[in-house]
Design a protein around this ligand. Structure first.
Ligand code: ASP
Length: 350
């Protein structure tokens, strides 16, 4: 009798415990370079530390971590070929680990995070990008904090692509590098951070959108695109020159809610011409915060009438990578318009 109730009690305790509480998570570090792994040289700071060396400097962690060095690059040199490699490596290992941390330079980390969001839709584990403003091997660097935050997020967050930096975990496709030297280098734009570290420890404040389907790696992208910042005096012929040189899609960082010039240097007419020639033109805003809305002012409505597609409240990093991915799938102008009116992974508020 006593043995039976003891057994019942033990079974209850076991079912009350969540798996994460009793099992050490198996995490993978994919190291790609960046400041976090940089060393001083006569040519300037450049990546030189391996993932193993980063882990050694970080010290003990409550996770089983496996390391793979996949690149050793400053992220200013990271381009679509490297996005494809990183996405392929994540896809190769995503069923063998509970979460993956990608150490990466900060300069283009937001672009990589956005592109991985599209290439690895419905990812089944947390993928967390991180880096630092100061190399790991420098005393008082922000690297150890960022790295342990990233591992914690990879162990505790729901599946999704994240960027972890300075005690905040952000949705990857909403993050932007906003400061060149401060530790608080990234912001989560138009969507609050997913998790943060407070005096109460690691706090998850909101979840990622639910995964609704299988993850299939899809790295097909079209890199013949351009991201243009509008300024007073911009010559619309430059857009035609881009198209004449093979550009197949353009994101214009327009003014305010998405307004574009239509007198003298008639950008709106140029946009209409491009769209009629099958080149989608996306209107985003130069303002970092809040949405673009082409319906409010004449300068937006005219662009809308010509077929300009609103980026809504997406970051420019996300808009250009979404455009590359959409064009890579063979989408035409109408399909790109629909795609930009679809929230794929929490990148846009519609
Ligand atoms: N130039 C470096 C990089 O992006 C900057 C950094 O990592 O903070 O690789």
């Amino acid at each position: 009798m006593i043995v039976l109730s003891l057994l019942k009690m033990l079974t209850k305790i076991k079912t009350d415990l969540k798996v994460g509480d009793i099992m050490t998570k198996n995490l993978l570090l994919l190291s790609t370079g960046g400041t976090i792994a940089s060393v001083a040289s006569n040519e300037g700071l450049k990546p030189g530390e391996s993932g193993e060396q980063l882990l050694k400097m970080l010290g003990a962690m409550p996770f089983n971590v496996t390391v793979k060095d996949i690149l050793e690059m400053d992220s200013s040199n990271i381009q679509p070929e490297e996005w494809e490699l990183i996405a392929k490596k994540i896809n190769e290992y995503r069923n063998d680990f509970d979460g993956i941390v990608v150490s990466h330079g900060t300069d283009t980390m937001a672009y990589t995070a956005s592109m991985l969001t599209f290439m690895l839709q419905n990812i089944n584990i947390p993928i967390v990008l991180t880096g630092s403003q100061v190399p790991m091997n420098v005393p008082l660097s922000d690297a150890p904090d960022n790295m342990s935050l990233a591992f914690t997020a990879a162990a505790k967050c729901k599946p999704g692509v994240y960027l972890a930096f300075n005690r905040k975990v952000m949705r990857g496709c909403r993050s932007v590098k906003v400061r060149t030297t401060s530790f608080d280098a990234f912001e989560s734009v138009n969507f609050p951070p997913i998790a943060q570290v407070t005096s109460d420890g690691f706090q998850i404040m909101r979840e990622q959108p639910a995964v609704n389907g299988q993850c299939h790696l899809n790295t097909k992208i079209n890199t013949n695109v351009s991201l243009v910042k509008l300024f007073p005096g911009f010559d619309p012929n430059l857009l035609h020159a881009m198209a004449d040189n093979g550009c197949q899609g353009i994101v214009i960082e327009a003014y305010g809610l998405g307004g574009m010039t239509f007198i003298r240097r008639n950008l709106v007419a140029a946009v209409g011409k491009l769209i009629r020639n099958g080149i989608p033109v996306i209107a985003s805003s130069q303002c970092l915060y809040e949405r673009s809305d082409l319906t409010k002012y004449e300068v937006g409505k005219q662009a809308l009438l010509e077929g300009a597609i609103s980026a809504h409240d997406m970051t420019s990093e996300c808009a250009i990578t979404k455009l590359m991915w959409g064009l890579g799938q063979g989408m035409n102008v109408n399909e790109i318009a629909k795609f930009f009116n679809t929230d794929v992974a929490g990148e846009v508020t519609l």
